[in-house]
Design a protein around this ligand. Structure first.
Ligand code: 6LW
Length: 586
């Protein structure tokens, strides 16, 4: 739960409304607002105190009980879309907001969310949910595949442009009249050789595609045709790495070009330039970067890759990616890059970003919560919830909810989670602490529960051949760390992810611990292994994704009666709240 009274948003910050003439409003306190983001608190604290306060702030966000933002007593929690949901792109149609994120090597691709208040988001579907739209052959590396979409509404249709960084991929445009789908077959833009494409239409109906570098070319998004050669636009601060994630907007009398720079790690930043025409020449904002948390003690780091949206009431907002590093130094983030929300004010015709903190002043409209999916998926419905994702593909012959009604049946393809085509069905880990359980019938095969970062970084608890075993793969090391002989019949496998408590910070502390074991019907948790979570973090594994937790089969057929995913409040021991439950240490 959100702790009321914890407010990191600067009270002086107000979200300036867009004036009726359509030009950006002028803020009253430009000095105060401009400094809001780019400077941390005074550096008179010692390193340990700073780290402690970072950890405590993170714990506030960790307490949110949903994967979407929480909104209590005039405050909302960031992230607004938790877990591996990077590169957010947002648009508004009337009172409705829609958001798309990257999905990399997972199928289906490009999750699409809906919100009525910018804080509570519900997943409607995935834009690329058919093999004819999304091909991720086994050669597609982890963190290849689907990068950085742009989602726009234009001329009665939703337009989504995205790059598939995979053999035979490229830049693709799909459209839909209903963002829940179906989305069209993709149109390929063969003339664009870069990632992070954006689409913007000018007053004459011409469509401009701007992409990383930063480059731009006119396109026909209906046919994929490009007109002329791409032109290099403004590329941010001289010498800054990775000018990318461009978004182009006509706001008032200017064209604004918002970009990310500095790389998607701790140096990440957002900068902006403006011009009288969509193709420049662009004049950089004197206050660039307009957002960065580099070198600060903020609990949310790597802030960048942003998109702007004007709310129905005329106020302006930014969605952006950030991470929540935990543990000692250098800090490890395990959930991937998540989607955060920040207010925008306009000062002297430039956007000024408000605080990006774990608890923020809520927008000036009533909250509109969304129905949370139940904690248990019992696989009684034939269709799967759109949050379920698989590795590279999900061939129809590998899974079923009807083979044994009420159960999810998985048929093995690859021989282990090291294989690119393993049969796996998982969901993003969205909470710093959580408990995952499943009832598994491995009478005809081998499989179980896994926490996956990529092929080279995963922990799993597996049932089959009359045994249960815990395996850890970290880099080139693979080890079976524990075995048990369970009673005959279906077995309850369980993984508890326990975030390190904020109070006990020390320089080498792990971000979290993963306890893998077997649960008896009376709730007793027999922990077979307790593993350090840092090895399933982006700082160790590399790449652009985050943890995905799910079910898999590596031999024969494995069946799952249900799968529970339960967030656990910061500081609580997963499972300890269940009456009569005992945890047996390894
Ligand atoms: C994406 C780029 C980025 O294409 O990371 O953080 C890349 N920003 O814009 C992968 O998500």
């Amino acid at each position: 739960m959100l702790t009321s009274g914890v407010l990191t948003s600067g009270p002086a910050f107000s979200t300036a409304h867009h004036p009726a003439d359509g030009s950006p409003g002028l803020g009253r306190d430009s000095a105060a607002t401009r400094t809001g983001n780019t400077f941390g608190p005074p550096n008179d604290q010692c390193e340990w105190e700073i780290r402690m306060s970072v950890a405590q702030d993170s714990a506030v966000a960790a307490g949110a009980t949903t994967g979407s933002g929480d909104w209590v007593d005039g405050l909302f929690t960031n992230p607004v879309v938790a877990g591996f949901h990077p590169d957010p792109s947002v648009c508004r149609v009337g009172e409705d907001y829609f958001l798309a994120c990257s999905s990399f090597e997972y199928f289906p691709g490009v999750p699409i969310f809906h919100s009525r208040d910018l804080v509570h988001w519900e997943q409607l579907g995935n834009a690329l949910d058919r093999p004819s739209q999304l091909s991720l052959p086994p050669e597609t590396p982890s963190s290849g595949g689907i990068y950085a979409p742009t989602l726009r509404h234009h001329d009665g249709r939703f337009w989504l442009i995205v790059t598939n960084v995979a053999p035979g991929g490229g830049n693709l445009v799909v459209t839909a009249t209903d963002p829940a789908g179906p989305w069209s077959e993709p149109v390929r833009l063969a003339g664009i050789a870069g990632i992070d494409p954006d689409l913007a239409w000018d007053g004459e109906g011409r469509c401009w595609c701007t992409y990383a570098g930063v480059h731009q070319v006119r396109v026909d998004p209906d046919t994929g045709e490009t007109f002329g050669s791409p032109k290099r636009l403004w590329s941010g601060a001289p010498g800054a790495q990775a000018p990318e994630a461009p978004h182009l907007y006509r706001i008032g009398g200017y064209w604004y070009l918002l970009i990310a720079e500095g790389g998607t790690e701790r140096g990440h930043a957002v900068s902006v330039a403006r011009a009288a025409a969509p193709d420049g020449p662009f004049e950089p904002c004197p206050a660039n970067p307009i957002l960065t948390h580099r070198g600060t003690n903020r609990p949310i780091q790597n802030t960048g890759h942003a998109d702007l949206v004007q709310a129905a009431d005329g106020s302006w907002w930014m969605v952006l990616l950030g991470v929540r590093p935990r543990g000692g130094t250098p800090g490890w983030h395990v959930l991937g890059r998540e989607t955060f929300l920040a207010p925008i004010a306009w000062v002297d015709g430039w956007p000024v970003v408000g605080e990006v903190g774990p608890a923020m002043a809520a927008p000036p409209w009533p909250p509109q919560p969304v129905a949370e999916p139940p904690l248990r998926d019992d696989f009684d419905a034939e269709r799967l919830h759109p949050r379920w994702i698989s590795v590279r593909s999900r061939p129809a012959e590998c899974w079923s909810t009807t083979d044994r009604p009420g159960w999810l049946t998985l048929h093995a393809r690859g021989g282990s989670l090291d294989d690119p085509d393993v049969t796996f069905l998982g969901r993003r880990q969205q909470h710093l602490s959580c408990r995952v359980r499943a009832l598994v019938d491995a009478g005809d095969g081998r499989g179980g529960l896994a926490v996956r970062l990529d092929e080279r970084h995963h922990y799993e608890i597996e049932a089959g051949d009359g045994q249960v075993l815990v395996t850890a793969r970290t880099g080139s090391l693979r080890s079976t760390v524990a075995t048990r002989t369970p009673p005959a019949g279906p077995v309850r496998l369980r993984i508890d992810v326990v975030a390190s408590p904020a109070e006990s910070w020390h320089p080498r502390e792990e971000p979290d611990l993963l306890r893998l074991g077997v649960e008896a019907s009376d709730g007793t948790f027999d922990v077979l292994a307790e593993l350090d979570g840092r090895y399933l973090s982006t700082e160790v594994a590399g790449g652009f994704t985050g943890r995905v937790i799910g079910m898999y089969a590596v031999a024969g057929t494995v069946r799952f009666d249900w799968f529970d995913y339960e967030p656990v409040e910061a500081g609580a021991t997963p499972g300890s709240e269940s009456a009569g439950e005992t945890i047996v240490a390894p």
